[in-house]
Design a protein around this ligand. Structure first.
Ligand code: GLN
Length: 202
């Protein structure tokens, strides 16, 4: 059975755990670096990216998380998790993990009171997907290898790049597990990475 972790320092963890389990995988609540070793994939949940970064630093998790991503392990960043993944954050000098070739703008859809739900047309998902936007970021620049899977109001809100999937919104709050399923399918079907392919030939 696939083991998928959810970084559990802050933010919406429980609903992601439920979505992972609904997809037939085992969910691991991740608080320590050593837990990363056993995982086939990791979810970085929504919450608040600067607060989450502070907690990541307190738990000495930044380098282990980067190493996990650099090794080509799949990571799904949702909302604040998308901000953590991005190579560049508009108006900020430094990125967090900085592994996905995108630039994000934070809080692009208004303030907390402006949180809203929208039905999205997502590439690879047949019927509209209900998404909850809470002080959501959006992707202002997508690198050449980034595949845009959804735009909303002319803004990129879901994209995939190699082993990384990132969305602006909270996909876990409505009980619709199709986007998590897309992530699980992505892990199951992923092509061998150059390094793995290389080693299998030796
Ligand atoms: N605005 C938050 C941030 O930039 C993200 C909000 C969320 O995850 N719901 O970190």
């Amino acid at each position: 059975m696939m083991k998928i972790g959810v970084l559990a320092l802050q933010g919406a963890v429980r609903e992601h755990v439920a979505a992972i389990q609904a997809g037939g995988a085992e969910a691991v609540v991740v608080k320590k670096a050593a837990q990363l070793e056993e995982l086939d994939g990791l979810v970085l949940p929504g919450g608040e990216s600067t607060a989450m970064r502070r907690l990541i630093d307190c738990a000495d998790l930044l380098e282990p998380l980067r190493a996990f991503a650099d090794a080509g392990k799949p990571v799904f960043g949702t909302c604040a998790g998308l901000v953590l993944l991005a190579k560049e954050i508009e108006g900020q000098e430094a990125a967090h993990l900085g592994v996905m070739d995108i630039t994000v703008a934070r809080n692009s859809f208004g303030r907390q009171v402006d949180s809203f739900e929208a039905d999205l047309d997502i590439e690879g998902i047949d019927e509209p997907f209900p998404a909850v936007f809470i002080r959501a970021p959006h992707i202002v620049r997508a690198g050449a290898d980034v595949e845009v899977l959804c735009e909303y109001q002319g803004r990129i809100v879901l994209a995939k790049s190699g082993p990384f999937l990132g969305c602006s919104f909270h996909p876990e709050l409505t009980g619709d597990h199709r986007l998590m399923q897309l992530f699980l399918d992505m892990i199951e079907n992923r092509e061998l990475l150059p390094t793995e392919a290389h080693y299998s030939k030796i």
